[in-house]
Design a binder for this molecule. Structure first.
Ligand code: TYM
Length: 320
């Protein structure tokens, strides 16, 4: 089984990225041949500063490694180090229906917010489809917000194979964990860099603690049982508490007698227990850019080799 996924290097990573995607990446490393990449071409749709783009690409790679992506078991690479991607992007794009791109959530949501769309935003799902299809991927671990993109990849692979009467592309399956499909932000909406509601993984600790303390709650008094529906604090605790502690925590939540402040303290505790180790590895790796570069170069060589047979099928099918 071939597993593939990517994360955009468009800002600091948050716990939504971890529980929705990166944690799965780490867990899946032993279940097949895993390829993970830093989507630095996709990031160009929002990052328009070369020095910042380079910095974020590096930091995203460091985050993958710090969180447990192991370059001995997985292929870790930068999207832009596989130039075949951009050729395939064009070729696949020639059969993609405009109507599909017009109903892409990524495009519609930004337009609805008044952002003037450019070609990069519009074509974003085509590049993502190629990311997946060029490596003959079977499983794509992601959060729920990426589901439509994977459905597009499947649709367009089918359109392409039918148009050229040739099995160029294999159809991938999304892998979405029900419990962590949508991690809420501190305001209860989906956690997202663009909503400014994130709890970051490796940012300034004081700011992160402040964020955790400001998770939105209602006015249920300390002595009363707390609601479990539509409650971001409850959802975050459920995701972050170790299974051995969850039953007791859940019980005291439902029983009443403790205020929200107490539970925020618990969330902070679990945050530290989970991410202090990765944070330390992150600091160590940031100090060794040559080693990170070596890992990414090696990953790119391996990724290009894996893509090579698909690239030649593709070129042959269309007559290049
Ligand atoms: P990106 O960089 O926005 O997010 C990376 C991963 O994190 C997941 N995620 C979440 N999961 C649950 N709850 C949340 N609040 C949350 N926020 C983010 C995302 O679902 C994603 O899995 N287009 C992709 C990057 C990409 C890609 C690919 C992914 C480019 N090519 C090929 C898979 C395969 C993106 O922008 O993800």
């Amino acid at each position: 089984m071939r597993i593939l996924s990517g994360v955009q290097s468009s800002g600091t990573l948050h716990i939504g990225n971890y529980y929705g995607a990166l944690k799965q990446f780490v867990d899946l490393q032993n279940q097949g041949e895993a390829l993970y990449f830093i989507a630095n071409l996709h990031a160009l749709t929002t990052v328009r500063d070369a020095a910042l783009a380079r910095k974020l690409t590096f930091e995203t790679a460091v985050a993958f490694l710090a969180l447990g992506v192991d370059p001995k078991r997985s292929v870790l690479f930068r999207q832009s180090d596989v130039p075949e991607i951009t050729e395939a992007f064009w070729v696949l794009g020639t059969v993609v229906p405009m109507a599909h791109l017009e109903r892409a959530h990524s495009f519609k949501d930004k337009v609805a917010k008044g952002i003037a769309p450019d070609f990069g935003l519009f074509a974003y799902p085509v590049l993502m489809a190629v990311d997946i299809l060029l490596y003959d991927s079977d499983k794509v671990p992601v959060g729920k917000d990426q589901k439509q993109h994977i459905e597009f990849a499947r649709d367009w692979a089918t359109v392409f194979n039918t148009t050229y009467q040739s099995q160029v592309f294999k159809l991938p399956e999304p892998q979405i964990q029900e419990a962590t499909a949508v991690i809420p932000g501190i305001d209860g909406e989906k956690m997202s860099k663009s909503y400014n509601n994130t709890i970051d993984l490796f940012g300034d600790l004081k700011a992160i603690e402040k964020r955790i303390k400001s998770v939105k709650t209602d006015s249920t008094p300390p002595e009363a049982p707390k609601p479990t529906e539509n409650n971001a604090l409850y959802q975050l605790l459920k995701i972050m508490a170790p299974p051995s502690e969850w039953a007791a925590l859940d019980q005291s939540w439902r029983a009443g007698g403790q205020g929200y402040g107490h539970f925020k303290g618990k969330l902070l505790e679990h945050y530290h227990a989970t991410f202090d180790g990765p944070r330390q590895r992150y600091q160590e790796l940031v100090a060794d850019p040559a080693e990170v570069e070596r890992i990414l170069k090696d990953g790119a060589d391996r990724a290009r080799n894996i893509a090579a047979p698909v690239v030649s099928r593709l070129r042959k099918a269309v007559g290049l």
